[in-house]
Design a binder for this molecule. Structure first.
Ligand SMILES: C[S@@+](CC[C@H](N)C(=O)[O-])C[C@H]1O[C@@H](n2cnc3c(N)ncnc32)[C@H](O)[C@@H]1O
Length: 211
């Protein structure tokens, strides 16, 4: 049974979205957080998982400045990267051009599902360091049968309540209880830029399709 959080249906007004995205735009424009925002290294979970796969089609949701999307493209993957910050997409495209790779990009508000995720299309969907509870189901439906969804999200620490940006421990796995969970871990992040604990998952869509 899909775990429905009371936070799942909280839709932010458009004004709040644009204020938040303005914040991301400003953060990326200022280049104030070099380590966090301008790493050229993919997140270890994605790199380890994809290393064993033949190149295919990947969708990177909330891609930031594109460390994962560009790494995938450099390994021959056909990548689409979606992000709310136009500044991040501009940086991603500059980096991709410098490295001689192509990434299809889309600037969209994921919270309003402005980017329609095509059904059964992607060999890998990545949602890394971005939490939107009601994005898991459409993202899952976008994965081809037998394909993978890779996600990393922050989780609460002892004594904290879950929020829009942090799941409770165990919660991430519940969104995939109808899929085969290939890897699951909760604990310290393996990305140097992040400090708070995370849940990481690699889950495979059943070959027969989603029930
Ligand atoms: C912590 S960054 C993660 C970047 C990338 N996935 C990574 O692991 O390096 C979160 C990203 O989510 C984007 N974001 C936040 N809210 C969004 C929304 N409603 N729609 C699309 N992107 C959003 C931000 O602009 C930011 O680039």
């Amino acid at each position: 049974m899909f775990y429905a959080s009371p936070l799942a249906d909280i839709a932010k007004p458009a004004r709040q979205f644009s204020m938040e995205i303005n914040g991301w735009d400003e953060r990326y424009r200022s280049r104030a957080r070099t380590t966090e925002d301008f790493s050229s290294e993919p997140t270890p979970l994605l790199a380890e998982t994809v290393a064993a796969l033949p190149a295919g089609k990947a969708l990177d949701l909330a891609c930031g400045t594109g460390r994962n999307a560009i790494w995938l493209a450099s390994r021959g993957w056909q990548v689409t990267a979606v992000e709310g910050s136009s500044v991040a997409i501009h940086i991603l495209q500059n980096t991709a051009a410098q490295r001689g790779v192509t990434v299809a990009t889309c600037i969209a508000n994921l919270e309003t599902h402005e980017y329609p995720i095509k059904l059964s299309t992607w060999d890998v969907v990545a949602i890394c360091y971005y939490l939107q509870r009601d994005l898991f189901e459409p993202a899952k439906r976008g994965v081809v049968p037998g394909g993978l969804l890779i996600s990393i999200v922050h989780i609460t620490e002892s004594g904290e309540e879950p929020t829009a940006h942090r799941l409770r421990p165990g919660e991430l796995a519940q969104y995939f209880n109808d899929w085969e969970i290939l890897r699951y871990r909760e604990g310290a992040p393996r990305d140097a830029a992040h400090r708070r604990p995370v849940a990481e998952i690699v889950a495979r869509r059943p070959a027969a399709g989603i029930p």
